[in-house]
Design a protein around this ligand. Structure first.
Ligand code: NAP
Length: 333
């Protein structure tokens, strides 16, 4: 094992975009393992939209201190252990950070089955912030019924791809909102979406009027801002709007653009409800069991885009916020 950790350190808070000069990849000498600690060789680091908010001095969830390792979920294997019950070779997932070797107490680590497939699966389809989030949002909040018109934004991203497939399984007519032809073609030809709106080249509100003249029954929103307003303007009576995230607002959390058309909720007797997957800890095993069964049946899929090397993490974040990724974005160590 290398005796140095390579860590992505936040050296400057982003003012708008998280540009590469906000980060430095630094080498850190490994210290002897303390009692109760384990050392994990990280294999895949998850690149999550929510990570962007953690780079700010305030905001959603948690914050990365200046000079600290960038927070990120990751999977890897234990390579050294001073903790009872945590054997060398065990595959684990947790908040390991954007680094090559994590040294920590295992309290917040979770053992995962390293034989079920590539470890990346535990960040993608079986990952808390990806497949599990989509399943929990769909099961506890969206509650899609057969025949519903279901719309999902950031539809070709990690959470969006899974949410759309679950809506198809529930018998909905699924419309994705995503940027660019490559994503639209993938969603319709590979995931069975019924229609896609390219918000970069089409007007979302008028396309929705055309594609869903009787209105949208369920909107699973990952984007917020203008896209949320466009869908609010097209709600059916007694619709449900699920706030999973608002990626269009993450570079300006101090001045989030709220929905100006929220009165449509009153006009259409509709509800808007937000959630985070960790609000439903008791459902996480159910989510994993359901998704594992679909994986076995080959009835769900999630493309993975993987950039090589820890030094590509800053570039990967920029790639995501310019809409580069199709499916789950990760960095492979
Ligand atoms: P992702 O969807 O894989 O990637 C983000 C996508 O958002 C990009 O690929 C891009 O696709 C789109 N995007 C980026 N900037 C945009 C903008 N300004 N306007 C419109 N679209 C934009 O990311 P993810 O990690 O799976 O996260 C998706 C959403 O789920 C985020 O809102 C995240 O915060 C949320 N989330 C919520 C929970 C929870 O527990 N509630 C947990 C995890 C994630 P296009 O090419 O289509 O622009």
């Amino acid at each position: 094992m290398a005796n140095q950790n390579q860590a992505v350190i936040l050296v400057k808070r982003p003012e708008r975009d998280a540009t590469p000069d906000c980060f430095e990849v630094q080498s850190q000498a490994l210290q002897p393992l303390a009692a109760g600690e384990v050392r994990v060789a990280v294999e895949y680091v998850s690149v999550d939209a929510g990570a962007r908010t953690m780079l700010l001095g305030e905001g959603f969830h948690r914050q990365v201190p200046l000079g600290g390792v960038v927070l990120a979920g990751a999977v890897g294997r234990i390579v050294e252990s001073n903790a009872e019950g945590w054997a060398v070779g065990q595959a684990v997932r947790g908040h390991l950070g954007a680094q090559t070797i994590a040294t920590l107490k295992p309290d917040l680590l979770e053992k995962v089955d390293g034989d079920v497939g590539p470890l990346s699966l535990h960040l993608g389809l079986l990952g808390g912030s990806t497949g599990v989030t989509a399943w929990i949002g769909m099961t506890h909040v969206a509650k899609v019924q057969p025949g519903d018109v279901f719309v999902v934004s950031a539809a070709a991203g990690a959470v969006g791809c899974v949410a759309g497939q679950i809506a198809k399984k529930a018998g909905a007519r699924v419309i994705g909102i995503a940027g660019g032809d490559r994503k639209g073609a993938y969603l319709t030809s590979q995931l069975g979406f019924d229609a896609v709106i390219d918000y970069k080249s089409q007007d979302v509100a008028s396309e929705l009027k055309r594609l869903a003249p009787a209105g949208v029954n369920v909107f699973f929103d990952n984007v917020g801002g203008a896209i949320l307003d466009a869908v609010l303007d097209n709600l059916a009576l007694r619709a449900r709007v699920v706030i999973c995230g608002a990626v269009s607002q993450y570079d300006n959390m101090g001045q989030v653009q709220g929905p100006s058309l929220y009165l449509r909720l009153a006009e259409r007797q509709s509800v808007m409800e937000g959630f985070a997957y960790f609000h439903f800890p008791e459902s996480i095993p159910d989510a994993k069991a359901a998704i594992s069964q679909w994986i076995k049946e080959d009835s769900i899929t999630l493309p993975e885009e993987i950039l090589p090397g820890i030094e590509s993490y800053p570039e990967a974040l920029g790639f995501m916020f310019s809409g580069g990724n199709l499916g789950k974005l990760m960095v492979k160590i």
